[in-house]
Design a protein around this ligand. Sequence first.
Ligand SMILES: [Zn+2]
Length: 236
Amino acid sequence: MTEELFSGDSYTREFEARVVKLDGREVILGRTAFYPGGGGQPADKGSLGIGPVRADVVDARRERGHVVHVLDIAIPATVRDLKGTLDWERRYAHMRYHTALHVLSGVIWRNFEAKVTGGQMRTDRARMDFSFPGEWTADVVGEIERLTNEALAEDRPVKVYELGREEALADPDLIRTQVNLVPERVNRIRIVEIEGLDTQADGGTHVANTREVGEMGITGHKSKGRQNKRIEFVLR
Ligand SMILES: [Zn+2]
């Protein structure tokens, strides 16, 4: 198994690791700060290198407990250790957007009892789909934007911790966000909690406080059926 440094500390942007497997343009390391993608958050990019050897990491994915780094060029098979460096601007943008999605999700549940059905983030925008039973007007969307910005400005800490499976399944907030969909073989479930607003089972990377997200602006809203609604937004 690859030790996943991003899971304990999302702010790790440089690390050293031993090479576990080198196969052409694909590398498995003993540990990594590269997020392999998932939960609507894209995989990280950056570079791996040592001495004169250097390659860009163009993609990463999880495969049987390992994180596989995909490089733009093959590196020599004799390399034993590598230093990894994330494209931090890109990753930090994902962390801000990811955290904003949690706040948005918490607000629309708290104020409208609407459940999230999906979400996706990029470095410069994000979108969220939810099951919204009420009328879908510009006024409602404006209210969601106002309430979300209010919550973001409250300097709420974002806490990351683990719970045992039984404990997690007994928490109504976690059930709402479908913790029951976490595969049964997972005994320790990683929880991301924005104090007083949103708690989810989540493997992604987030900022430490909602203050780091800044302000959001809704750029589009769509009705995708009677219940299914979408919001698109940017961070300023
Ligand atoms: Zn998350």
